[in-house]
Design a protein around this ligand. Structure first.
Ligand code: FAD
Length: 316
């Protein structure tokens, strides 16, 4: 079987899980696509997962209330062994990339980190991933009975529901006691949709001018469109926006239905994070800016003049 470890938060299945299902379907490998849901009170998450998977394994217990790499790795390895999984896919989130190598060690399997595409032929599994600051995309092949993979979020389209919902099965696991406890969490409060979940993203680059202009141009346009707000690294480095909004090689990879880039040059490190967006609109005063090479619609002009008109239009 192909074993996918569900990513979820606040009782909801994350888009990253649907992306992993697409990655799994792309391998063409045999066996049921199985989603493993780990956590406590995860019945709702399991039902959402059943819509896209052949089967869902649910480990719902107090011992899984809090994420820990030790516990997650033990749980995933145990299920992979019992179910004779040949492919294990974890999210490329911070936690996914933390426990996936531990799973690989437990299974004595090769590990492919942060893959952006997957395909299968024969016994081997081919994957692509970025290297050299995303200037190079390398193709790698893993051999062996089992391969462990983490899928870079935003690199695969979210899977559509299957014709019929998969069966759900409860599983009991022997879990080790975690030696790490999360003792506190402070979260940035935002009513805006998270970048990883957004269907529309409005991103501002250095061409927006300054931090105040983000409040004047980028945020109102995003709010009128129900969109997430993104930023380039230049903007984050300047302290205009938080790192959580950075899109690109050293930020988030996104694949929204629409990506609106305001005053963004389109450096290769930025394109590697948003180049797979379905529809790209760019506004830049430099007609030669590289962003226009990937844009479906381009407007050559000043964001200070064009964006206020867009904000007015988006109110209607
Ligand atoms: P600039 O390159 O300065 O472009 C500003 C653009 O705005 C220009 O095209 C200009 O014509 C236009 N402009 C100016 N004024 C106006 C106006 N009034 N109206 C309309 N247009 C205007 N970058 C990322 O974004 N994400 C990453 O994750 C990332 N990771 C990196 C990792 C490494 C290792 C390195 C070396 C770099 C990385 N970068 C990343 C940086 C990247 O190379 C670029 O420097 C950065 O993306 C540029 O940001 P920008 O487009 O906002 O700024």
């Amino acid at each position: 079987m192909i074993l996918i470890v569900a990513e979820h938060a606040d009782g909801k299945l994350a888009k990253a899980t649907l992306e992993m299902v697409t990655a799994a379907r792309g391998t063409g490998r045999e066996g049921p696509i199985t989603i493993l849901v780990l956590g406590q009170n995860v019945a709702g998450v399991a039902s959402e997962a059943a819509a896209v998977a052949d089967q869902v394994l649910v480990a719902d217990s107090a011992g899984l209330a809090q994420y820990s790499a030790e516990t997650w790795a033990a749980a995933v390895a145990q299920i992979a062994q019992e179910g004779e999984a040949h492919t294990v896919i974890t999210p490329g989130s911070r936690s996914g990339r933390e426990y996936a190598p531990r799973v690989a060690v437990k299974l004595d399997a090769p590990y492919l980190e942060d893959v952006i595409s997957l395909s299968g032929s024969g016994a081997g599994l081919q994957a692509q991933r970025y290297t050299y600051l995303a200037r190079v995309t390398e193709t790698v092949e893993a051999e062996g009975a089992v391969t462990v993979i983490s899928a870079k979020p935003g690199s695969f389209a979210p899977a559509a529901p299957a014709a019929a919902a998969g069966e759900q099965y409860d599983v009991d696991l022997e879990l080790p006691q975690s030696r790490v406890t999360i003792t506190g969490k402070s979260m940035e409060k935002s009513s805006r949709v998270a970048l990883s979940e957004a269907d529309v993203i409005v991103t501002g680059g250095r061409g927006v001018g300054n931090a105040e202009n983000f409040s004047k141009f980028v945020e109102p346009l995003a709010d009128n469109l129900g969109a997430g707000v993104g930023a380039t690294r230049a903007v984050v480095d300047a302290g205009w926006r938080p790192y959580a909004e950075q899109v690109g090689q050293t930020g988030k990879t996104v694949q929204p239905k629409a990506y609106i880039a305001l005053g963004v040059s389109g450096a290769v490190q930025h394109l590697s994070g948003m180049g797979k967006s379905k529809f790209i609109v760019a506004i830049n005063k430099d007609a030669e800016a590289p962003i226009f090479k990937v844009a479906d619609y381009g407007i050559v002009g000043d964001v200070n003049e064009i964006v206020p008109a867009l904000i007015e239009a988006s109110k209607r």
